[in-house]
Design a protein around this ligand. Sequence first.
Ligand code: CP
Length: 303
Amino acid sequence: MAHKDFLDISSLQREEIISLLDQAVPFKDLFTRSVKKVPALKGKTVLMLFYEPSTRTLSSFEVAAKRLSADVTIFDVPHSSVTKGESVRDTIDTLQAMRADYIVVRHRLSGQPAAIARQTGASVINAGDGAHAHPTQALLDAFTFREKFPEMEGRRVLIMGDILHSRVARSTSTIFEKLGVEVAFCGPGSLVPQTRFPRFTNYEEAMKWKPDVVYLLRVQKERQTASFFPSDREYHQTYGVTDERLKQIAGEGIYVMHPGPINRGVELCDAVLDYDRCLISQQVENGIAARMSVLYGLKSKKS
Ligand code: CP
């Protein structure tokens, strides 16, 4: 991959995406071995700079970097001088003196990882910026999808929920489109913008589109500036995978994906987690292999 940074999916060629997916396969095979490490990034330093909370992405990058034998430092933003008003630019200048090879950034502002990438010689990886992009989530989603549908071309993914505020929807729809997978959006009219993709505001109509995967999104209340639907209960009844809808999904053999964190009783009922075609755990596992592939791919430019 001829890139210093990994900032979004839009700037990647289809061939580069396929190469990253292919490269992730042997990394996943490594997980079943008793020694799960390779020396690929020995001597390299990975700095994690998360200005927003994270469970999956932060821990997944940490595990991925350690399995590549890199040294990992997690910059503790809530206990740092950021709380005293230090700017991102000054923080990066300070951290640059520590000569990190990679900086993995999550920030509430769209474009902040790109700004950091312009400031530093380190490889910057976007771990989610505002409602803009979450490219490693997209890569792990495509990897998980490809395990079930190796041909990908012509398959269908229905992305359901709060599209408007979702960086996952933007990056994941883009990667699927580049790989020839058909994408449609469904959700409350107020949360589904007009885009190049088919748009549904009625669950039953959307299911008639015959998706192979229903990709559920969390309603991102922390990014909403207004109330977009009356209540969680009403959302669940109108757009959530209820026990009744799960029966239909199971009957048609449709897979369910979700980037996490999940809101039980809102976008899905508890039973979805026990459904044999629910891929949420596989997505988490595959996230490590996908992120190893990204770290490894960027490394080749630097060394
Ligand atoms: N999917 C995802 O980005 O989860 P986290 O916010 O826990 O990292």
